[in-house]
Design a protein around this ligand. Sequence first.
Ligand code: KG4
Ligand code: ZN
Length: 344
Amino acid sequence: MLLLGIETSCDDTATAIVRDGRSVLADISTNQDAFHERYGGIVPEIAGRRHLALLSATIEQALERAGLALGDLDGIAVTYGPGLIGSLVVGVAAAKALAFAANLPLYAINHLHGHIFAAFLDRDDPVPYPFLALLVSGGHSQLVEVEDAAAMRVIGRTRDDAAGEAYDKTARLLGLGFPGGPQLDRLAARGNPTAYAFPRHRPDPGSLDMSFSGLKTAVRYFLESAPGKDARPEDVAASFQAAVIDVLVQRIDTAFARRRYAALVLSGGVAANSALQARMAAWSERTAVAVWMPPPRYCTDNAAMIAAAAAHQGQATRVDPLTLGADPNLPFERLANELVERNR
Ligand code: KG4
Ligand code: ZN
């Protein structure tokens, strides 16, 4: 099964060709950081226009890299939500046109499901079900119970900021550039994680929810205080990061105390974080639970993960190219064909 994946939900214009939801034959991504950097964040209008300018060439590049023509494909997979509407519509329109013109099946994929299926890429051993996925990105932080490819349930979520958002906002307080997460990661590697005891959010009894906005505010007040002004930025970064990771690991421990999943999957941009990966490697040794951590290029937004999700979720995501529309607020637990049924 050879699928072309298209991902344009935010600011990365990405295409990929993946065989059997696993082997990546091409993986192309053009990030737009240079266009958004001077605003300190993503400007939706600019993102949509850049996708429009870049997407056709990015699709051609993926086919060329894989040495394939459109007619060799078995289908097209596209992200149709959640994300920025002006960005999503560009990918969705391109995918619909290609699928219709080449008479190929079209698979409509939830961006967040894509992050989870990134764990299957470039590996021979599939993740065993049921598994727990920690999905930590710029827009989302949640724990997902995955029974099988088409049955997933969110069992814990952030009440305010996403983990990636907390990284980006804290990076900005430290005067780092955009996007802040990877820069804070590098700075923290040189710092002392126990230098400052920033607060760790404690959940209500029985809850797997998390919160990061209090932590971000604590860092801000600290930096404005007298000792904060003299603090070494690498120590502040490392101490902030230790607090985020403690919260994530605590929730994972609680989830595993309730149910022994067959594996743990880390996904989303923050899963590329080196300190989180090191902590989870140690966690895996301690608990003897296998942890799947995709390489950084598959943690952040990419199109290979969208093709992978389509291969694994199959018919549940197959839609009519003429009826698909982008959905910026797509709920997590719904699969594409149910949605199309409902819209009829
Ligand atoms: O999954 P993603 O590429 O896009 C969304 O769907 O949100 O995640 C982007 C987020 C950003 O907040 C970025 O700062 C963060 O992931 N991120 C990191 C690292 N790499 C990306 N955060 C911490 N450490 C990293 N190495
Ligand atoms: Zn993402």
